[in-house]
Design a protein around this ligand. Structure first.
Ligand code: UDP
Length: 239
């Protein structure tokens, strides 16, 4: 497999074409952004950690019957993925109120939701990724009703698998964001699963071990990402 020209550069990853049309080659960057790109910085070796962690999580999802775009690791910060037609939605699953939910509904960060809450956002930087519902999605033609149903079911299934892993790692899974695409008519999990896209709190101390350390200038950002990677690797060894 050969890495060919750059197809697309996002905020955290670059996507390259390959000599096989069915595959893309993803390079995870150290660049970090927050607040819709207003805050910018770098997290040393974030690309390496997010690539490795995403690979571990994707493999665990596959094992649980959740299809993902992951094919294989190509280098420390590079992975081969299946080419997907992306659905322009961010699917957020929450177990504990934090971030925008806490703000929007006026609940304290840390409030444990009695059951997981699932939300859909239209992925559009210019609009600031607005919150939408199923009827917006089908009316705008972003996905049909069956697809929306599938991404929500898969989102909740990912939550179950991820919670199981993080429990073993001594980490509370607060919330996370997924993106899905379609290949051969099938809905498949794409993008990444990492401390950039999840909220992870230490079970004992409730210390934040995710991108909120960068967003909120809490310091020890690199250490938090590495700590999650170390604990997840260990947790998966004992499965
Ligand atoms: N998230 C993300 N990308 C986004 C927005 C949110 O990965 O563009 C993740 C975020 O890291 C958190 C979850 O989705 O784990 C819920 O985020 P929230 O809606 O609370 O937004 P935020 O407070 O990050 O603006």
């Amino acid at each position: 497999m050969e890495k060919l020209e750059l197809l697309y550069e996002g905020k955290a990853k670059k996507v390259f074409l390959t000599d096989e049309p069915a595959y893309y080659w993803v390079v995870y960057k150290d660049d970090a952004t927050a607040f819709n790109g207003e805050k910018r910085g770098q997290i040393l070796d974030k690309g390496v950690v997010n690539n490795q962690l995403s690979a571990l999580f994707f493999q665990a999802m596959e094992k649980a019957g959740i299809p993902t775009h992951f094919v294989k690791i190509m280098d420390e910060r590079e992975m081969l993925v299946k080419r997907l037609e992306m659905i322009p939605l961010e699917v957020v699953v929450r177990n504990v109120a934090a971030g925008s939910l806490a703000k929007r509904l006026g609940v304290e960060e840390g409030y444990r939701l009695p059951h997981p809450v699932i939300e859909l956002y239209y992925k559009n930087d210019a609009l600031g990724d607005p919150l939408v519902n199923e009827s917006h999605v089908s009316a705008m033609g972003w996905a049909d009703a069956e697809m929306v149903n599938t991404v929500q079911t898969l989102g909740l299934a990912v939550n179950e698998v991820l919670q199981g892993i993080m429990e073993k790692a001594g980490i509370d899974l607060i919330d996370f964001k997924l993106e899905f695409g379609v290949a051969d008519g099938r809905v498949i999990l794409g993008d990444e699963i990492s401390p950039d896209t999840c909220r992870f709190w230490d079970k004992e101390t409730q210390e934040k071990l995710d991108k909120d350390r960068f967003r909120r200038d809490l310091g020890r950002v690199e250490e938090a990402y590495l700590e999650v990677y170390r604990r997840v690797k260990e947790a998966l060894l004992n499965v």
